[in-house]
Design a protein around this ligand. Structure first.
Ligand code: NAD
Ligand code: TYD
Length: 339
């Protein structure tokens, strides 16, 4: 079995590659990644010599390069993680989100049609459903919740989902889609909430909380997301959407205070800053479908997951410090430029 994993030098994609290589030692994984600011080759360094793993620096929008890779590798499964993923960046510069998240998805699926695959899996997000009000804790996103996006990021992801469903209906491409809530864990890029707060707290820097800090996210430990995708690509029904989330809703401010407590840092570091434009209030997933059909349940409780994550950032200071200093951008050229 050969799996092409796009975006595998990023947060969730790298965790997924580690998980699959360990669980299925006979599978071959080919990671296709453009290495944008969010891609970090030092993350993949421990597996670069693994004969079951290959890395190629390719943009999913480069049709010729993508087709060439399919001709070389004959993948059975494609899991598309590659995306521009940061809402704040999409507000500043939507164009690249449309290019990668929509056009890139179309090109990956065109390659799947042309060369034939068993499964194309689109990694999507709960943000395609928009947000829920804070005063209706009884409401959750199901797979039937209408698409109702707020940011250029979520709109581009929703467009990709609709394209994927249309490729299934029109061309009979074997597509599945997963829509997951916010992930946290190792290798999370330190401009997203949890790693940013850990890194800033460790450096005694201000902890910028948007608005009043009362927005709610439904946090899932990244390995639980990887397990869900593993189940979907092997056992999920083609043409279906699966929501992934663990009923773990937290207000931003409570997470930031929890991180301060764990690191012994004062709440005086917390600084309330201007709110994000169009800021979604609450995300909350109903994971009944994936539980009933595929038996998936989250395994890591938030209290354990956040402690493991904080410990990982303490133990792997060099990983995030080279990102903050910008040094990681030279890593690929230095290590692999002449290979
Ligand atoms: P990330 O930003 O950490 O990683 C994205 C990766 O994609 C990087 O390695 C980057 O170099 C690569 N990439 C970007 N543009 C590319 C292109 N044009 N061609 C090839 N590679 C490219 O993102 P993440 O948090 O790991 O998210 C992965 C996927 O999961 C995304 O599709 C995202 O929408 C989705 N998702 C993320 C979360 C979350 O909480 N992080 C939750 C639900 C869904
Ligand atoms: P983020 O990690 O960017 O994920 P998403 O926007 O995809 O949910 O942000 C999580 C929440 O944290 C969101 O409500 C915005 C908020 N936030 C802050 O308050 N301060 C920050 O510096 C960042 C990056 C996010």
């Amino acid at each position: 079995m050969t799996i092409i994993v796009t975006g595998g030098a990023g947060f969730i994609g790298s965790n997924f590659i580690f998980y699959i290589l360990k669980k299925y030692p006979d599978y071959r994984i080919v990671c296709l990644d453009k290495l944008t600011y969010a891609g970090n080759m030092s993350t993949l360094a421990p597996i670069m010599e693994n004969p079951k793993f290959r890395f190629v620096k390719v943009d999913i929008c480069d049709r010729e390069a993508v087709y060439k890779l399919f001709e070389e590798e004959h993948p059975d499964i494609v899991v598309n993680f590659a995306a521009e993923s940061h809402v704040d960046r999409s507000i500043e510069n939507p164009g690249v989100f449309l290019e990668t998240n929509i056009m890139g998805t179309a090109i990956m699926m065109d390659a799947c049609r042309k060369y034939g695959i068993i499964r194309y899996h689109q990694v999507s997000t709960d943000e395609v459903y928009g947000d829920l009000p804070l005063d209706r804790p009884d409401l959750f996103f199901t797979e039937e919740t209408p698409i109702h996006t707020s940011s250029p990021y979520s709109s581009s992801k929703a467009a990709a989902d609709l394209l994927a469903l249309s490729y299934h209906r029109t061309y009979d491409l074997s597509v599945t889609i997963s829509r997951c809530s916010n992930n946290y864990g190792p290798y999370h890029f330190p401009e997203k909430l949890i790693p940013l707060m850990i890194a800033n707290a460790l450096n005694d820097k201000q902890l910028p909380v948007y608005g009043e800090g009362i927005n709610v996210r439904d946090w899932l430990y990244v390995e639980d997301h990887c397990k869900a995708i593993d189940l979907i690509i092997h056992k999920g029904r083609v043409g279906e959407v699966y929501n992934i989330g663990g009923h773990n809703e937290m207000r931003n401010i409570d997470i930031v205070e929890m991180i301060c407590d764990a690191l012994g840092k004062p709440y005086s570091l917390i600084t309330y800053v201007t709110d994000r434009k169009g800021h979604d209030m609450r995300y909350a997933i109903d994971p009944t479908k994936i539980h009933n059909e595929l038996g998936w349940l989250p395994e890591t409780k938030f209290a354990d997951g956040i402690n493991k994550t904080i410990q990982w950032y303490l133990d792997n200071r060099e990983w995030w410090e080279t990102i903050i200093s910008g040094e990681y951008k030279n890593y690929y050229e230095k290590m692999y430029g002449n290979r």
